[in-house]
Design a protein around this ligand. Structure first.
Ligand code: GLA
Length: 387
């Protein structure tokens, strides 16, 4: 495939490519909507992702072409005029990363030609945007010989998303994509960015991703709404106890303090954030002990909390989980990512995967009216230069 990408580059830009960079997509095993609440997450990088085939330019122009959006043609901008412009569409993500690097004082003083190709299913909630941010980051580090480590690039990519794109996401996606490690998930404490790699050994089972194929219409505004409901709950609690984030609380402390949260809806959101954080730590413990079925039970509780307390699932995600849990060989199932559409993940015994895909697929089509898509995940490495 890399040879095909290089010859596509030559055809489009009329010169030879110099380098290829890659950043994966990600999937979160457990710990949802905890990363902006000072809690823990447990994501891993996938083996599919975004490729950037590129060449330095002498002038200050950046010219970008995506094989995923060919009708948009070459999108061109100057490194000295970095603004979020609607017509630049997907190129606003790499542009935002260049902007973030420059904001932080890194010298970006020439342009580049870049061909982008991604094989992450579009709009599936597997972080194609964070993937293109990180592939841009590793390219900039390489081209400008910058002295910065991956965690700094993760932070700059998140800054691009928050401040340039305007989506108030936490750090999970960029962290998983930057720091991913083959066959491992990452337990990350978002409060202090301490992390630990944990082998994903599932005792003869695999992670099956099921995509609802639902367009995620109002996802960003609902995401920001959940965030502010959690902030409101935190500030009510802070009037009675000195904490930094909901992630600081034990279950017992939360039970004693929840009476001080004024609005019911904020109490429910906070309950999810606190218990999901505790569940995530527990899930990693049981996984390390090889107790896969306990891990699966925690996945289910996570889903029901996201459905009933956080209200970010919807009929498509709920249907996929309900159907999954009726199948033989299913250890656990839950929505993953922001919600409101996107994907579920299920742990399925290898010998049952074929039937799982057939039966869940059929049931989903019957109930929802269109097809779901399925992928057996393989857990890959983080963002890097390929050559
Ligand atoms: C999106 C955000 C992440 C995280 C998840 C929910 O993927 O980008 O930061 O908040 O939703 O867990």
């Amino acid at each position: 495939m890399l040879d095909v990408l290089k010859s596509d580059f030559k055809e489009i830009f009329k010169v030879n490519a110099e380098n290829i960079f890659f950043a994966p997509g990600r999937v979160n095993l457990i710990g949802e909507h905890t990363d902006y609440n000072g809690g823990h997450v447990f994501p891993c990088a996938l083996s599919f992702g975004t490729y950037a085939v590129s060449r330095k330019r002498e002038d200050g122009l950046v010219r970008m072409y995506s094989l995923n959006f060919e009708d948009l043609g070459i999108i061109e901008f100057s490194i000295n005029d970095l603004q979020n412009i609607k017509q630049d569409d997907w190129a606003n993500y790499p542009k935002g990363v260049i902007w973030a690097f420059k904001e932080k004082g890194y010298s970006i003083n020439h342009g580049m030609d870049v061909l982008v190709y991604g094989n992450i299913p579009n709009g599936a909630g597997l972080s194609s945007s964070a993937s293109i941010e990180l592939v841009t980051s590793v390219m900039l580090k390489d081209y400008f010989d910058l002295d910065l480590d991956m965690i700094e690039m993760v932070k700059l990519s998140q800054m691009a998303e928050n401040k340039f794109i305007g989506v108030n996401c936490g750090i999970m996606d960029q962290f998983a994509i930057g720091m991913g490690k083959e066959n491992h998930a990452i337990l990350l404490d978002t409060n202090n960015l301490k992390y630990e790699y944990v082998p994903v050994s599932l005792d003869g089972a695999s992670i099956v991703i099921a995509n609802t194929n639902k367009r995620r219409g109002l996802a960003d505004s609902k995401y920001n709404e959940r965030r502010s409901e959690c902030e409101e709950a935190l500030s009510d609690i802070k009037e009675h106890k000195d904490i930094n984030s909901l992630g600081d609380l034990t279950e017992e402390e939360f039970i004693n303090l929840k009476q001080y949260i004024k609005r019911d809806v904020c109490r429910d959101r906070a309950e999810h954030a606190v218990l999901e954080n505790i569940r995530t730590k527990k899930a990693v413990e049981v996984l390390k002990q090889g107790k896969i079925s306990e891990f699966g039970e925690l996945m289910k509780s996570s889903h029901y909390s996201l459905k009933d307390k956080y209200e970010v699932t919807g009929i498509e995600l709920d249907t996929l989980v309900e159907l999954a849990l009726e199948e033989r060989g299913v250890i656990g199932s839950r929505m993953t990512g922001a919600g409101f559409g996107g994907c579920t993940i299920s742990l399925v015994k290898n010998e049952n995967i074929e039937d799982f895909v057939k039966n869940v697929g059929k049931g989903y089509k019957e109930k929802i009216g269109y097809e779901a898509s399925f992928y057996v995940a393989s857990v890959g490495d983080g963002a890097r230069k390929l050559f």
